[in-house]
Design a protein around this ligand. Structure first.
Ligand SMILES: *[C@@H]1O[C@H](CO)[C@@H](O)[C@H](O)[C@H]1NC(C)=O
Ligand SMILES: *[C@@H]1O[C@H](CO)[C@@H](O)[C@H](O)[C@H]1NC(C)=O
Ligand SMILES: *[C@@H]1O[C@H](CO)[C@@H](O)[C@H](O)[C@H]1NC(C)=O
Ligand SMILES: *[C@@H]1O[C@H](CO)[C@@H](O)[C@H](O)[C@H]1NC(C)=O
Ligand SMILES: *[C@@H]1O[C@H](CO)[C@@H](O)[C@H](O)[C@H]1NC(C)=O
Ligand SMILES: *[C@@H]1O[C@H](CO)[C@@H](O)[C@H](O)[C@H]1NC(C)=O
Length: 455
């Protein structure tokens, strides 16, 4: 028996009076089956998104999802189009990306700017970069092209490189009053590295490559990349000059650096240095697989938060691109994709549609954890099996990149400090300004209080 509204990927079985849903059907040797299965996961993911409804804000997911995750979801949907050629979600993606690019076209929209981390902004920037690389239709003029939006994120982050502690690095947060301003984390530095490397590959401009090299060298010198294992730990605090570390390892930190090294390997026409880094990161990533099925460390304790439940989506996405850019890694990665996709779809038996996916692919059944992150990760692992059929990344260097760029994008936008002052001096924000000033004061006083006590 079939549910009419569902695609043929879902079959409802009636077993001894009990209703049980089959998992999403997936035959990895049949491209149509892969596309159908990815489409099913996409459909269930979009149930959470209301930003395209009249009166709602494009590019936002409802609570409990943070702003950045919607940018990450759009990146997944651009990939969905790239791998399957299904254009169903393209206009929704374009609408959301352009709305959240904000008035300064650099993914620092006023509604978010005061709580914005470098990683949050960069997840949107990387989505724009993917759009340029895959040839996702550029928005109509006068909107800036996808490439220009990615360049704007790069250009606004570049001056935030901070040498007042730890010998360099990007801080997690942009503004001093945010918790996390004193944290230099791998994801913020990794996103900047990833974007720089991809801009180098796309444009052939050595300035981006130099920046990518600088970030890698810093990560290495400060020890956020472990010299023996190439595991990438979460971050370090500039309050102790980055000597103590949060030693957690996450799939997305490994992945965000992996694609950066892969892009640099390809950009340098296969240099030994970047080959070694790419290979060592692939090897280090083996810790995230059991029998080639991907898992996140937090799954063991059952305590993955909303953000963490989406990380496998990014690791998968960046592994797939690595398989494209670094041919000798391909077979190894595909083996992992096949095993992981087969395991992942077995979790897609829940929710009102009967095909909502779970978190723990290694368990082979739905574990009750449902949401945007779970859907996104399963969608990416399914569709990445089409990587060999994809049209291939475009670039200006190859003459196939057509996205409109602007090397100076973001440079004429207000700087971070001006932006803050500008934001809080508009009439509507007077109240906010008061709160802000108070917060900064508390920060300063709080800091001195700690100093007094410790003296
Ligand atoms: C919003 O997008 C979803 C998913 O594509 C679609 O089902 C829905 O009809 C769209 N809503 C509007 C108002 O366009
Ligand atoms: C900011 O919030 C307002 C009010 O919810 C909304 O109308 C506007 O579209 C939002 N802008 C962005 C860029 O999200
Ligand atoms: C902080 O660390 C950097 C690089 O690791 C080092 O060059 C610098 O001397 C250190 N500063 C202090 C005050 O120890
Ligand atoms: C890679 O090779 C191409 C074609 O030979 C050349 O134009 C380009 O400059 C090389 N890139 C680098 C970074 O050496
Ligand atoms: C760079 O990537 C392309 C695919 O986009 C691939 O054909 C080429 O062999 C790669 N270059 C190197 C040096 O591996
Ligand atoms: C290369 O990129 C840098 C940094 O954005 C920019 O200043 C420079 O103009 C670019 N060079 C070319 C030839 O586009």
């Amino acid at each position: 028996m079939r549910i009419p509204s569902l695609t043929h990927a879902t079959t409802l079985y009636i077993l001894a009076g009990q209703v049980a849903h089959a998992a999403i059907e997936l035959n990895l040797d049949d491209d149509e089956s892969i596309k159908q299965a990815a489409g099913r996961a996409a459909f269930d993911m979009l149930q959470y998104y209301t930003g395209n409804e009249t009166g709602d804000v494009p590019g936002n997911l409802p609570d409990p999802y943070y702003w950045w995750e919607c940018g990450a979801m759009f990146d997944s949907l651009i990939n969905y189009w790239y791998y399957t050629s299904d254009t169903t979600y393209n206009s929704l993606v374009t609408q959301g990306l352009l709305h959240q690019a904000g008035t300064s076209s650099d993914f620092m929209p006023t509604n978010q700017s005061k709580t914005l981390g470098n990683d949050d902004q960069a997840f949107w920037g990387m989505a724009a970069m993917t759009a340029a690389e895959t040839g996702f239709p550029d928005p109509p003029s006068p909107s800036p092209g996808w490439l220009a939006l990615a360049q704007a994120v790069f250009n606004t982050q570049k001056p935030r490189w901070d040498e007042t502690s730890c010998g360099g690095g990007l801080r997690w947060q942009i503004f001093p009053f945010n918790v996390g301003y004193n944290y230099k984390n791998s994801i913020s530095n990794g996103c900047y590295f990833n974007l720089a490397a991809r801009l180098a590959l796309y444009s052939g401009n050595q300035t981006y490559a130099d920046e990518a090299g600088k970030v890698w060298d810093w990560m290495w010198s400060v020890g956020l990349i472990k010299h023996d294992t190439y595991h990438i730990v979460d971050g370090a605090h500039n309050t102790d000059n980055c000597t103590g570390m949060d030693g957690n390892t996450w799939t997305y930190n490994s992945g965000v650096f992996l694609l950066g090294t892969a892009a640099m390997y390809n950009y340098t026409n296969g240099s030994e240095v970047w080959r070694e880094r790419t290979d060592r990161l692939i090897e280090a990533g083996k810790k995230f697989f059991i029998n080639d099925v991907m898992y996140e460390g937090c799954e063991a304790s059952g305590k993955c938060n909303v953000d963490q439940r989406s990380f496998k989506a990014y690791y998968t996405r960046w592994l797939a691109a690595t398989a494209e850019l670094v041919p000798h890694t391909h077979d190894n990665i595909i083996t992992e994709f096949r095993a992981s996709a087969i395991a992942a779809v077995k979790t897609c038996t829940a929710g009102s549609t009967g095909t909502a996916c779970g978190l723990k692919w290694t368990e082979g059944v739905n574990d009750g954890s449902l949401g945007v992150g779970e859907q996104m990760a399963v969608m990416e692992i399914i569709q990445s099996n089409l990587v060999d059929k994809a049209p291939g990344w475009r670039s200006e260097v190859k003459g196939t990149g057509t996205s409109k760029g602007d090397a100076n994008a973001g440079l004429t936008a207000p700087g971070d400090e001006e932006r803050l002052v500008g934001d809080v001096t508009t009439t509507a924000d007077r109240v906010g300004a008061g709160i802000l000033t108070a917060l900064v004061l508390i920060g300063v006083l709080g800091g001195s209080a700690v100093l007094c006590i410790s003296e």
